[in-house]
Structures are given as C-alpha cells and as structure tokens.
Write a protein that binds this ligand. Structure first.
Ligand code: NI
Length: 387
C-alpha cells in the first residue's frame, strides 16, 4: 500500500504551503504568522474546532471521526532558526537572519496534508488532535504545551511526531524502541581572577589558566566518573576571555553542553562539575561559579508504540524502507516532554542527500511531504479504525 493517492493528488498544494512557510520563517514562541497561515488552511479543510494561542502561538485543532473513541495526538513544530539562508532558492527566506534550516516548514506541511485528508474522509473513530507547536529549537514549546494541560484538555492518549533526516535515503522511515534522542543540558562557568600586566603574571590570578584547567578536568567526568555503557557527551563549546595581547584579564567564561539518556547521568555530571569547578578554582587561586541548566529530557519512545509506528510506515512505503531498531542520536528534541506525558513515538523520515540540519544551505525536500502526511494518516486509521 503506497503513499495515499488522494494525498499524492494534492502534493502540489503541499509544496505551495511549504514554500510559503519557508519564505516566512519565525523564531521561538513568536510563530504568529505561521500559526495564522495554519489556521487559514485548517478552516479551508472544514475543520471547525481550532484553539489558538497555546504556548503563545501554538495551535491545536480537533477533527472528529466516526463515533466515540479515544484521541490520538499528532505533533508538528513550526519554528525556524537564527541563520542567514544561503540556498539561493526562489522561496528563500524573506526575513533576514531567519531561516527554516531544520525543516519545520516541512513538518507543519506534512501535518496540514494529513489534516486535509482526515477532515475529508473521517475514516476513523474518536478524534485526532493536530498539535502545531512553536519554540522547538529554543524554549521547549512542547513542554510548555504539556504544562498548559493540552494533553489532558483534549484527552490525548498517545502522541506521534516526525522529523526529516538529511543523509538518509528519501522516503526511508526510521524509528526504534526506547531512547532515540538525548537530553541536552547546558553549563555556564564564570571564572573570576585578578587581571594585570601580562609581563607580571606573578601579580595576577590568571582566569585563563583556570578556565583551561577546568575545561581539561571536566573531560575526566567522561573518562573516570561515567559508566562506559551509558552514552554521554560533554563538550566545552565556548571559552571567552581577554581583550589584548599584553593584558591578563579579570574574568573568563566557559559554556558547553552535556548529552545523555539517563537521569542519573545528568545528576552525576552536575555534581561532579560542581566539585571540579570548585577544586580547580582553589588550585588556580581564583573564584569560579557553575550555572548548570537542565535542558530537554531524553526522547524516549514507548516500545509498543514505536513498533506500531513502524507498522504504519510499512503501510506507506516498502518494508525494506522502514528501519526499526535501537538507534540513539546525541541530538535533542522537545517532543521528549510529550513522550514523558503520554506513550508514543518519534519517527524519522529520510530526505536524501542534502545539506545537513541547521546548515545555511539546507532545504526541506518537498518530495517526502506526501509520505509524511500518509504516515500520519495511517497511524490514525490503524490506531482508531472506523467501526
Ligand atoms: Ni528540528
């Protein structure tokens, strides 16, 4: 059973929606124009129950099927990134410094495609909740929606999301049981020493040496404190200090990220960072403060729902285009908050050999939008068949 014919029939419309969204990217929670565009399309499809302003600019729309039944949630993210676009495409961003470089324009389009089909056919029992969220890239819009009670309010019992993947053959679906994406905690370390003339370091307490010492020592959390079988990444991504060749500065800053799949690992990392920062500061004769921020939790698929999602994908593409296996990536995704609250699965769909996510040359592959929409539809019609 290939891509749903009716959806293939309006693939050109989907391309139009996607390119419009691409040309008008918005950031974070402020996805108001995107939300308005989504609402206009949903109304065109004959969908009456539309709730706006959730998590600032999120939209939840309900499609009633045939007869009573549970509610299944389908989620798409709408926000873009602060990147200067370099695709040269006709539909390139018209907003300087903003760009749909993660394909959320495509995700929104896939869910709109599914919405159009489901509103027309209503060949399912119960209800579908279409969840369009802002602030996936920064701010955790999905978590805010959960906190605002979206899943309870609309009685959502299971949730699903799709993300495109460059570097995987176009139309290949991939998911697996358990953790699929990591948590992403961040740390900021402020080192305060005593600056002075670089010719007289003996009169200073050099924050740069301390910052470098801290950066080196932090890596021992991975090599000495961490259980090797649990994946973990600790990257120092920024060190800032100084203004001149001949001046030792007063302060230095280090920032970075910690990725893992296990809550205990995150707590261990925080505890060891506190100890190392304190110890290194004492060793170098400076003061240092750690600000550890817990970010998105790991994205964890329900094993049964993930298997079910793979089965739904097999209803759209050939079986050998559906990969189902344990597969952990160190990236992060705020859909994790929805999967903490409800069972469900995160599905990846290959978009072929294109520039990578978050790259200025990236563009969503319009050819996979009908596949993603068909997958959403199969989920609904299989999970909640019309009687
Ligand atoms: Ni993304």
């Amino acid at each position: 059973m290939p891509v749903i014919n009716r959806i293939a029939g309006f693939a050109d419309d989907m391309k139009t929606w996607r390119r419009h969204l691409h040309a008008h990217p918005e950031l974070g929670f402020e996805c108001h124009e995107t939300a308005a565009y989504v609402v206009d399309r949903l109304k065109e499809f004959g969908i009456e129950e539309i709730h706006t302003g959730i998590a600032t600019s999120g939209v939840v729309a309900i499609i009633e099927g045939q007869g009573k039944g549970p509610t299944i949630g389908l989620r798409a993210d709408m926000d873009a990134l602060p990147i200067i676009e370099a695709t040269g495409a006709e539909h390139a961003s018209t907003a300087p410094g903003r760009m749909h470089a993660c394909g959320h324009d495509g995700h929104t389009t896939m869910l709109l495609g599914a919405a159009r089909y489901l509103a027309e056919t209503r060949n399912f029992a119960g209800r579908v909740a279409l969840i369009f969220q802002p602030a996936e890239e920064l701010g955790g819009g999905a978590g805010v929606m959960v906190k605002e009670g979206v899943l309870d309010r609309f009685g959502v019992e299971q949730v699903y999301a799709v993300h495109n993947a460059p570097g995987i053959a176009a139309g290949t679906f991939m998911t697996g049981p358990g953790p699929v994406l990591a948590s992403d905690d961040t740390f900021h370390i402020h080192v305060k020493g005593q600056g002075g003339h670089a010719a007289n370091p003996q009169e200073t307490r050099d924050p740069i040496m301390a910052a470098v010492g801290i950066a080196q020592a932090l890596q021992t959390i991975i090599s000495r404190n961490h259980y090797a079988r649990d994946e973990m990444v600790l990257s120092v991504t920024q060190i800032h200090a100084g203004t001149a060749d001949n001046v030792i500065p007063d302060t230095a800053y280090l920032n970075g990220t910690i990725r893992s799949f296990v809550p205990e690992v995150r707590d261990m990392a925080k505890r060891r960072m506190e100890e190392i920062v304190k110890g290194q500061a004492a060793a170098y004769g400076v003061e240092a403060e750690l600000d550890y921020q817990y970010g998105y939790p790991p994205t964890v698929n329900d094993p049964d729902k993930a298997a079910f999602a793979a089965e739904a994908a097999r209803g759209v593409v050939a079986s050998d285009q559906v990969i189902f296996r344990e597969n952990r990536e160190m990236g992060a995704e705020d859909f994790a908050y929805m999967l903490q609250a409800r069972p469900g699965a995160y599905m990846v769909i290959g978009q072929g050999d294109t520039d990578g996510l978050h790259q200025p040359g990236y563009d969503f592959n319009d050819d996979i939008a009908p596949l993603g929409a068909s997958y959403f539809v199969r989920l609904v019609e299989t999970a909640q068949p019309a009687r």
